[in-house]
Write a protein that binds this ligand. Structure first.
Ligand SMILES: C[S@@+](CC[C@H](N)C(=O)[O-])C[C@H]1O[C@@H](n2cnc3c(N)ncnc32)[C@H](O)[C@@H]1O
Length: 286
């Protein structure tokens, strides 16, 4: 037997005998093994009956792990429908330190998308104005970090300006009980977000298909911007936020390049040294 096949066999046997993988709570561990199985066996053309047999074993293990993931997602959905924030999400809020950086996605994004289960919006690309930034979700670890960094509670109303599919308002409402509002230009994204909120019986969440420049911001105590727009549109929305800041205490949270624009605003103070690949919380100077 070639040495490479022996190595594959040994790795696969290790995974097959790792009983911790069967524990539903071990999602991160399963995710790592599923990625490794994909890397080792995914698109390989098997040269021999022996390696074909290994690939079949790998596929069987993959399916068994996916079944445990599906059951976990169903259990977490059922907890959310009963008004409970799952322990798996609460742990993420406590574990996200300020060292959560980067724009890449990880196992938490898989966990969150398995639980939220969005109906994909139609593929047609929407024509955006030159100031508008295309849809890209905030990586889940940064959303959990946002919840702890901005100390969001049930008493808050979060407004996500340019909410896309709604990951931020959905997770904030699920995890904190806060009221959330998502403002988004693209009605197809709003339809998917609304469908997700309805399927999870979330009542303290609203999505509005509109331009952020025209949105009613009067309910917000926490505002979130993952670089949804630039230029004159960002300037106009920042003007509106400044007006809101004169009326009541608010926090403005950012992620991505728009953080630099907010850092230049003399009426705002960041709570930590601002960087574009971390959540920054700004408070208005009184
Ligand atoms: C980078 S994505 C952020 C999505 C979401 N906030 C998140 O973090 O997961 C920016 C979103 O802003 C939306 N957008 C762009 N211009 C907008 C505007 N003028 N008013 C409302 N939404 C806008 C885009 O359609 C896109 O979905």
């Amino acid at each position: 037997m070639p040495a490479r096949s022996e190595q594959l066999e040994a790795t696969l046997s290790n995974f097959e005998s790792d009983h911790a993988l069967l524990d539903p709570s071990q999602f991160a561990r399963r995710f790592a093994v599923e990625e490794e199985l994909e890397r080792l066996f995914g698109d390989k053309v098997s040269e021999s009956e022996y390696t074909r047999a290994l690939s079949r074993r790998a596929r069987a293990l993959q399916l068994a792990l996916e079944k445990i993931d599906s059951q976990l997602f169903a259990d977490l959905r059922s907890q959310i429908r009963s008004g409970i924030c799952p322990a798996e999400f609460r742990a993420c809020i406590h574990n996200q330190s300020s060292s959560a950086t980067g724009l890449d996605f990880d196992h938490l994004d898989d966990l969150v998308s398995g639980v939220l289960r969005f109906e994909p919006p139609p593929e047609e690309p929407r024509t955006l104005s030159p100031d508008s930034v295309f849809y890209q979700p905030t990586p889940a670890r940064h959303i959990f970090r946002l919840i702890s960094a901005a100390a969001i509670t049930e008493a808050d109303t979060l407004i996500d300006l340019g909410s896309g599919l709604g990951h931020v308002p959905l997770l904030v409402s699920i995890c904190t009980g806060a009221t959330s509002i998502g403002i988004e230009l693209d009605p197809a994204l709003i339809a998917s977000a609304e469908q997700c909120a309805a399927a999870l019986s979330l009542r303290n969440i609203t999505f509005r298909a509109q331009d952020a420049r025209e949105a009613d911001l009067s309910a917000g105590t926490v505002f979130y911007l993952y670089t949804p727009f630039t230029g004159a549109t960002l300037a106009s929305v920042l003007n509106s936020l400044r007006t809101q800041a004169g009326l009541r205490p608010i926090r403005i949270c950012t992620f991505g390049p728009c953080t630099s624009t907010l850092t230049e605003q003399p009426w705002l103070r960041p709570s930590s040294p601002p960087t574009t690949d971390q959540i920054t919380v700004f408070t208005p100077l009184s």
